[in-house]
Design a protein around this ligand. Structure first.
Ligand code: SF4
Ligand code: SF4
Length: 756
């Protein structure tokens, strides 16, 4: 079908008064031969309705609307089958430039040229549909409270679930508990764990198939098409290993935690009566009583030591969230066992968030429980009992207490963490801070940086080019966008939940499990419609690789943040489209420029760059090209307009899906076209990155070396290209970045290639 392009120019919101609308229409009609160009007095309500009527009546296939910011339209504003590009004349021109000026008019006209050029090159989207049917079943790994809850929630929502548990029985840590902390008002009494009822519910649910004593041999494929091999020695039937293979659509990883092993701490490992909180729990659960491990004798007093090997630089630095509540609970076990017994809880901070504070108060009321702030400096075997020495107490002096048992409130390490790597990290941290020489400290700091890139352990066994497990942060918790997408991982369709995601209590684990199950369901449903999941949820584009020109350089396979691309034996990328988040990082990485989307490509952006009328004059009117990330910097530009902040009219903005999709060739294109400088503005990177696609700005920075090389080849100053990191909340900085850069360009002079 022949394309029919139409243009709507909105004259509302002050646009009609600030710009010469006839001149703008002429750009469409005379430069782009657009036959249908119409003004509307609003982009909303009746204005939007009239545009849609015209689109239908005129049979328009591609449309440019110059009016309000693209971000101000609802998703359903225009028919899905029509390609629509929107120019924010209101926010990006009229609200940020003086009305009626020549430069303001030039800016508006250039945007119209850029977007008319872009729509000419865009093609209708065809959602990705694999040849095989998308499977909507789920795999849940881990049969603890999180895994069981996720499985039940998904099954109740109508999805088939395979639940794989490594040990012989379902239940995880919940099954090892004697009692649970209170979960409901008035938060005073300990509760039954409810684990048996939960297991019975799982076993009675026909949608859930349980594998015990089982591990994943391999997970290959992609969302909707995951082929899973499970090796099992369980299910109590035939002896020996059984192997089952099946397909699922998405995965919840709830592989839980293990206790942090205390190292060099307070007699643990040397004195038998110094135990961990998990050991005490197991003792009560199995024996029904607390006794001394050394001789089985009665226990009349316990010292609970909070943060026992946690929350400091020598151990893991994070709070495991549940240890304080566990000690309070275990103090109650002792008091219930013996009215005369005494429980001492030594802490630096007691953390009982939310309504658990009521439980804390209830334990405080007990005259046999002594909560004392202070630092435990030693535990020694005394005359038959243990002597606990505590300094910096609120009494301002050192005290000693004799007890029968010491319980360390040890924290959680996710099972996805490599223990050796964590120990090496902790050791390096100590040397980094306390090393004797500068050189030692520096070497340790470098080691810390390396060790922070945690490789994870082989739990999932993914057949992915980028490795077998979820990429993890320094302590083995899966890497995710911690602000916007806490449930996500860097492997599409795999959702971490519970204490393998972050330390949490039982209630938190249940909530987390429900969230992860919903994310997994969302994933299979969106994948079956050929749509991207977050953060470009609903996007139907996907990258197309023109592999005839691929040089097997492997940049795309290495740089894709989500492990989407596998490789054949020669190194040619193999796209698993349903893993793709549509960030365009591969497009930015490819030196051959052979990766494109139907609505976003290197060529499309290059054509937009060239569509701008760059004045030939060397004395004035420079032209700056600014690539703004669509997630933060581009929305920040809307805020700049909304706050009527003014900036140089010489800047032409192109939004990009992520700075990771920025292809270095665009700089060459811009400088060859006569632009005087190029700005790249993306999200914050580093340990606390804010990039929705993990490392966009970082990659743009790294690719900056290519850019600098190109600048040198062209005998141009490096200063002509600048990279900035910006959060949406820092929108006031944008005009400053633009204006300072224009000043800098004026200082170093215009592009010598201008007009050539
Ligand atoms: S880099 Fe982004 S667009 Fe490219 S394959 Fe990976 S997820 Fe998809
Ligand atoms: S970056 Fe481009 S040339 Fe290199 S392997 Fe990927 S598709 Fe091929």
């Amino acid at each position: 079908m022949q394309d029919k392009i139409g243009v709507f120019i909105c004259t509302g919101y002050g646009i009609g008064e600030a710009l010469d609308i006839d001149a703008l229409s002429k750009v469409a009609a005379e430069e782009y031969n657009v036959e249908f160009c119409k003004t509307v007095d609003s982009c909303e309500g009746p204005g939007l309705q009239s545009m849609n009527e015209d689109i239908k009546n005129e049979g328009l296939t591609k449309v440019v609307v110059a009016g309000i910011s693209p971000r101000c339209y609802p998703d359903s504003a225009f028919p899905e089958e029509v390609i629509v590009e929107k120019i924010g004349l209101r926010e990006h021109v009229v609200w940020s430039q003086p009305a009626g000026e020549e430069d303001t008019q030039m800016l508006a006209e250039d945007y119209l040229r850029m977007y008319l050029t872009k729509v000419q090159k865009m093609e209708p989207l065809e959602p990705f549909q694999p040849e095989e049917t998308i499977d909507k079943g789920l795999l849940v790994l881990g049969g603890g409270i999180t895994g069981m809850t996720a499985a039940l929630e998904a099954a109740k929502a109508g999805y088939d679930v395979r639940l794989v548990e490594q040990t012989e029985k379902l239940g995880g840590w919940l099954a090892k508990q004697h009692k649970s902390i209170p979960t409901k008002p008035p938060y005073r009494e300990l509760e039954d764990t409810g684990v048996d009822a939960l297991i019975a519910e799982i076993e009675g649910n026909p949608r859930i198939k349980v594998y015990t004593s089982a591990t994943t041999g391999e997970i290959a494929g992609a969302p909707g098409l995951f082929d899973v091999t499970v090796k099992s020695t369980g299910n109590g039937k035939a002896a020996g290993e059984t192997v089952d293979t099946f397909r699922v659509g998405a995965i919840v990883q709830a592989t839980g935690w293990r206790p942090k092993e205390p190292r060099n701490i307070l007699g643990y490992g040397e004195i038998e009566d110094v135990v961990r909180n998990v050991d005490l729990e197991e003792m009560v659960k199995n024996k029904g009583r607390i006794t001394r491990p050394s001789d089985g004798g009665d226990v009349k007093s316990i010292a609970f030591i909070q943060c026992g090997g946690t929350r400091d630089k020598e151990h893991h630095s994070y709070c495991s969230s549940i240890c304080c509540l566990t000690s309070l609970k275990q103090a109650m076990y002792l008091r219930e066992q013996d009215d005369d017994a005494k429980a001492y809880i030594f802490y630096e901070f007691i953390r009982t968030p939310g309504q658990y504070e009521d439980f804390y108060r209830r334990v405080q009321e007990d005259p046999g429980v002594f909560l004392t702030k202070g630092e435990v400096v030693s535990v020694d075997r005394g005359d038959g009992r243990l002597v606990v020495t505590v300094k910096d107490t609120m009494l301002g002096k050192q005290i000693q207490v004799q007890v029968d048992l010491v319980v360390l409130a040890t924290g959680m390490t996710p099972n996805s963490a490599d223990g050796e790597a964590i120990r090496a990290l902790e050791d390096a941290r100590v040397i980094m801070e306390n090393g004797e020489s500068e050189a030692q400290r520096k070497e340790a700091a470098e080691k810390v940086e390396q060790l922070k890139r945690h490789e994870g352990t082989a739990i999932l066994n993914l057949a992915y080019r980028q490795g077998p497990d979820l990429p993890a942060l320094e302590y083995g918790f899966p890497d995710s966008h911690f602000i916007c997408f806490p449930y996500e991982s860097r492997r599409t369709g795999i959702y971490p939940a519970g204490c393998m995601r972050q330390p949490m209590d039982g209630l938190g684990s249940r909530d987390d499990a429900t969230g992860a199950a919903l994310k997994a369901i969302q994933c299979v449903e969106m994948t079956s419609r050929g749509e991207a999941v977050h953060p470009r949820a609903g996007d139907k584009s996907y990258p197309d690789f023109f592999l005839q020109r691929c040089t097997q350089c492997k940049r795309c396979t290495e740089e894709c943040p989500f492990g989407v691309l596998n490789e054949d034996e020669k190194g040619t990328p193999l796209l698993w489209a349903t893993r793709c988040r549509r960030c365009g990082t591969c497009m930015g990485s490819c030196p051959e420029r052979i990766i494109s989307f139907k609505d976003y490509s290197v060529d499309m952006v290059a054509s937009m760059i060239k569509a701008v009328n760059v004045p030939d004059e060397f004395e004035e009117k420079p032209r700056i090209l600014a690539f703004l990330c669509e997630n933060d910097a581009f929305p920040a530009l809307d805020l700049v307009g909304q706050h009527r902040l003014q900036y140089s009219p010489f800047v032409r903005v192109i939004p990009v899906r992520c700075l990771g999709s920025f292809n270095a060739v665009w700089v060459t294109e811009a400088l060859s076209a006569g632009y005087d400088g190029v700005l790249l503005i993306g999200c914050k990177y580093g340990d606390d990155y804010q990039c929705h696609f993990i490392k966009g700005s970082e990659l743009a920075d790294y690719r900056g070396d290519n850019v600098r090389e190109k600048l040198e080849q062209m005998a141009m100053e490096n200063e002509r290209v600048e990279l900035h990191q910006l959060q949406i909340s820092e929108y006031e900085k944008l005009p400053e970045i633009f204006n300072k850069f224009v000043d800098l360009i004026e200082e170093i002079g215009m592009n010598p290639f201008k007009g050539m």
